[in-house]
Design a protein around this ligand. Structure first.
Ligand SMILES: NC(=O)c1ccc[n+]([C@@H]2O[C@H](COP(=O)([O-])OP(=O)(O)OC[C@H]3O[C@@H](n4cnc5c(N)ncnc54)[C@H](O)[C@@H]3O)[C@@H](O)[C@H]2O)c1
Length: 312
């Protein structure tokens, strides 16, 4: 297939690109490099530095005639979205509609969209949350991701554009930004390997569902042919605390400093873990890399990068 991956220079998108190329697909990547890095893009993919809001996106579709779009590009920082909700709506909703309009005009068959279980459901009324849980985001990022989901059935019903939505849990692994605002695993690894104090936000008892990136990639591969018209949670269905992540990494790294807590972050939910039974039943998806193995692989990736502790 000829596949467009938006956000293919980012953390999750770049792993999806690698897997698609490994499976023999022809891949084109667009990314504005706002948080992504050109070095992440597989050398066998064609790369265009482009914003998903750019009207010139239509020219790319006219030239390439994609079979499928995998839409990973987004502004993805909960805290930043509270400060700048307009940009979050502009990129995550209007940019997404620009993409859908191109799919419609150039007859793309399917779009796979990465939404967020962590943010569309808000504070969970029950755990693990299934897809029937009310959509009640608490921040503009979650509201923008949930809003774009609503356009997908519209384009399917009116124009026959097939779709699959994944609601990701907390995804972690190689290439996640260790200097970012989100992604506690890579942030702690970066701080611990540099020997600086890792700070736990709030009491650290926030519960999250940590899924290793290769498992998320597998779901995206399964959706190339399956999962028409559905929204699927991904996750283990088990909550792990930030304190537990800190403890596990502290042991693995032999980190000498004690845990220190900072203020809790505005808009952060207490618990988010997801029931992925539908993804299992309908797509045959199951996570396979457990937390210990996933942390080990992530650490193996970052260790050489932080071998010089003074490196930023
Ligand atoms: N990482 C997680 O735990 C997680 C959880 C839930 C959902 N998601 C979703 O998964 C997707 C990928 O997230 P990620 O963690 O890899 O983040 P990331 O920031 O590493 O990747 C996003 C990519 O999109 C690009 N981008 C941003 N705005 C763009 C624009 N206007 N035009 C073109 N490219 C643009 C960035 O440069 C970056 O390369 C996002 O849609 C995010 O909402 C991620």
């Amino acid at each position: 297939m000829k596949i467009l991956v938006t956000g293919g220079a980012g953390f999750i998108g770049s792993h999806i690109v690698d897997a698609l190329i490994g499976d023999g697909h022809k891949v084109v990547v667009i990314d504005d490099l706002s948080t992504g890095h050109k070095e992440n893009v597989n050398s066998k993919a064609t790369f265009h530095k482009m914003d998903i809001r750019d009207p010139a996106l239509a020219d790319l579709f006219a030239m390439e005639h994609f079979d499928l779009v995998n839409h990973q590009a987004a502004r993805g920082n909960v805290r930043a979205s509270l400060d700048d909700p307009m940009t979050y709506a502009d990129v995550n909703v209007r940019g997404g509609i620009n993409l859908l309009e191109c799919c419609r005009k150039y007859k793309t068959k399917k779009i796979i969209y990465s939404s967020t279980g962590g943010c569309v459901y808000g504070e969970l009324q029950y755990v693990p949350a299934d897809e029937k849980h009310p959509i009640q985001p608490r921040d503009p990022y979650g509201a923008s991701k949930a809003s774009f989901e609503l356009y997908l059935p519209v384009y399917e019903k009116n124009y026959g554009l097939k779709y699959t939505v994944f609601r990701y849990p907390n995804v972690y692994g190689p290439r996640q930004d260790p200097f970012g605002e989100a992604g506690v695993v890579s942030i702690f690894i970066g701080q611990m390997l540099r020997g600086i104090q890792a700070i736990i936000n709030g009491d650290g008892e926030q519960l999250r569902d940590y899924v290793y990136v290769s498992d998320v990639v597998n779901a995206n591969l399964l959706a190339l042919v399956n999962g028409g018209g559905g929204a699927y949670n991904l996750g283990w269905g088990v909550g792990v605390s930030v304190n537990q992540i800190f403890e596990n990494l502290k042991k693995m790294i032999n980190y000498p400093l004690a845990e220190v807590h900072g203020p809790a972050k505005l808009g952060e939910v207490r618990r988010c873990y997801l029931d992925a039974n539908n993804a299992h039943l309908e797509l045959g998806w199951k996570p396979s890399v457990d937390l210990e193995e996933g942390l080990r692989r992530t650490l193996d990736f970052f260790s050489p990068l932080f071998a010089d502790k003074h490196k930023k």
